[in-house]
Design a protein around this ligand. Structure first.
Ligand code: ATP
Ligand code: MG
Length: 327
């Protein structure tokens, strides 16, 4: 049976990119195998964040998980920091990944290229190490992620091969599962940049009200020429809006392109905004009910208990393999 693991880090308010690239797929996965979905709060500390924001973002993600259809009976939902095995396995596996590999990671380069070495915390550099520990603890076979995180899963696979070559078949080899449509939603104001919650430019936030969402879609940067065609090189703004539509309607990108071929930009944007309403209004109503009930806190507590049991087993196996005395 497949073991599925994924997470979102509580670095900011969730975006439409997080919904399309991650959240909207989690529910499908929980029906295909055993699923562990967590809130990567330790990862959120890798760039400066106010404690109050971290707390609020973490609670918010929990409520969004449940609103997206994750069922606590099928999916173990928990906070990364509630399971100390993440930090313990991190301390071991960090010795099997190398500086050169970590320096090549695109996320590290993107987030730190303009920072002085003296301002870059160890955590952001070593981020893929902790992420590998996250994945390995649950013996995940499938890791649904957007495109930006696929490289980190690849690195985790290298680590597994290296580790198992040295110690035998101890760690499970995971694989990244990247959605075919919507793995990389771009900024609405600059379609050459990824929509990101920690660096919000041209983001649609899940917290935006329907009017604000519509205004952002209608004002999205478009390209030369008056009508819609799918051409990611020449028309990245239109390609991004077509991707958003296709992902929300759950159809292939080419089908969306065919549906709107020759539309004038204004009419097309209106159709995208309508689709967004259709998906977001009921989703956010569910979210609000969950927030009001406060039930997500019990879900996280129960989830942490279940997660600890699974994670500690793997940790123990790894400790023994490398020669730590487990007394
Ligand atoms: P940060 O700016 O803090 O890195 P983020 O918006 O990139 O935030 P993450 O917490 O890094 O979000 O990622 C959570 C999940 O959302 C991951 O699976 C990631 O691949 C996915 N994701 C993030 N941004 C996008 C995007 N623009 N399009 C599609 N998927 C995305
Ligand atoms: Mg990210």
């Amino acid at each position: 049976m497949e073991r599925i693991l994924s997470a979102i880090k509580p670095t900011g308010k969730l975006t439409l990119g997080n919904y399309i690239g991650a959240l909207s797929h989690f529910k499908d996965f929980q029906d295909q195998g055993e699923s562990f979905i967590f809130i990567a709060d330790l990862h959120a500390l890798t760039l400066p964040i106010e404690p109050e924001d971290l707390r609020n973002n973490s609670r918010d993600i929990a409520a969004f998980y449940i609103a997206s259809g994750l069922d606590p009976k099928k999916t173990t939902m928990f906070l990364q920091s509630s399971v100390s095995a993440h930090a313990e396995l991190n301390a071991i596996v960090q010795n099997y990944l190398y500086m050169g590999e970590l320096k090549r990671m695109t996320q590290f380069k993107d987030k730190c290229s303009k920072m002085a070495d003296t301002a870059i915390g160890m955590g952001i550099f070593a981020y893929p190490v902790l992420m590998a520990a996250d994945i390995l603890l649950y013996e995940a076979t499938e890791v649904p992620v957007g495109e930006d995180q696929a490289q980190h899963v690849e690195l985790c696979r290298d680590l597994v091969r290296r580790f198992n070559h040295r110690y035998g078949e101890i760690l499970k080899l995971p694989k990244a599962v990247v959605p075919t449509v919507g793995a990389r939603i771009m900024s609405l104001t600059d379609p050459t940049k990824k929509m990101s919650k920690s660096d919000p430019k041209g983001d649609i936030f899940l917290h935006d009200d329907p009017r604000a969402m519509r205004k952002k879609i209608m004002g999205a940067k478009t390209d030369m020429g008056p009508t819609v065609t799918l051409d990611p090189q020449e028309k990245p703004g239109i390609a991004n809006l077509l991707t958003i539509y296709a992902a929300l309607d759950r159809i292939p990108l080419e089908e969306a392109a065919h549906r709107f071929d020759g539309y004038r930009y204004g009419d097309f944007k209106k159709a995208v905004a309508d689709k967004l309403d259709e998906v977001m209004i009921p989703f956010k109503a569910r979210y609000q009910e969950i927030v009001d009930s406060g039930s997500y806190l019990d879900v996280l507590r129960d989830g942490a208990r279940k997660a600890r049991a699974v994670a500690n087993k793997t940790l123990h196996k790894v400790q023994e393999a490398v020669g730590l005395l487990t007394l």
